[in-house]
Design a protein around this ligand. Structure first.
Ligand SMILES: [Zn+2]
Length: 222
């Protein structure tokens, strides 16, 4: 049985950090559909060539094609016990497709999905973004509250000028959150109704969040 772990979390909720930690701590391969897509295109696989056709026309790559790539990847031995799925599903339609294809009874397997929702309030995410400073020269990131530079306005590493990226500005963050909530609410409900959704309070420290997250993943028997 493979356990498919899916993390949900608004942009800025700390999902990336937690995913990386979990993947390392529990030896769960981090399977990102975005990376898979790029990799297939780069290697010129038949699926990659099909995907490129859509991308060249400026169209979305169909879910079925993404799932084909995913199925090929998770059929590899390192994913036998489970993996961390990143970038998919993002909508309820995609969740149903995943169910049909990989995790549901249709596949005749006992694979199951565990969805963990990292809940952080919009206010916190906006506040986190507002304090973020990026170096103009080396792109290193600082934070006014959590990781301030030694010298105000200057990068510790290269003394480059620090600035607020336009996508960290409150109105931009707010709009991104609105779009995220709109798409994700039905997705979370879908998994909640199936008893597959766990929620973690993402306002806690990263260590506390990780402790909860790690505790949700069953230990391998033996
Ligand atoms: Zn710098």
């Amino acid at each position: 049985m493979a356990l498919i772990v899916v993390l949900l979390g608004a942009p800025g909720a700390g999902k990336g950090t937690q995913a990386q930690r979990l993947s390392q701590a529990r030896s769960l391969p981090h399977v990102s559909t975005g990376d898979l897509l790029r990799d297939n295109v780069k290697r010129g696989t038949p699926l990659g060539a099909q995907a490129k056709g859509f991308m060249d026309k400026g169209e979305y790559v169909p879910d079925a094609l993404v799932l084909d790539m995913l199925a090929a990847r998770v059929g590899e031995p390192d994913c036998r016990d489970g993996y961390l799925l990143d970038g998919f599903p993002r909508t309820e339609v995609q969740a149903r497709a995943l169910d049909q294809r990989l995790a549901g009874p249709a596949r005749g397997s006992a694979d199951r999905v565990l969805v963990v929702n990292l809940e952080v309030s919009d206010e916190s995410i906006i506040r986190r973004a507002a304090g973020r400073l990026t170096c103009k020269q080396c792109a290193r990131v600082f934070h006014l509250e959590n990781a301030p530079p030694k010298q105000a306005g200057k990068c510790d590493a290269c003394e480059g000028e620090l600035y607020q990226r336009s996508d960290d500005a409150a109105p931009v963050v707010r709009e991104r959150l609105r779009v995220y909530r709109e798409k994700t609410a039905p997705l979370a409900r879908f998994y909640e109704q199936r008893g597959l959704l766990a929620t973690i309070d993402g306002e806690q420290s990263p260590d506390a969040v990780f402790f909860r997250l790690d505790g949700l993943i069953p230990r391998k028997a033996g």
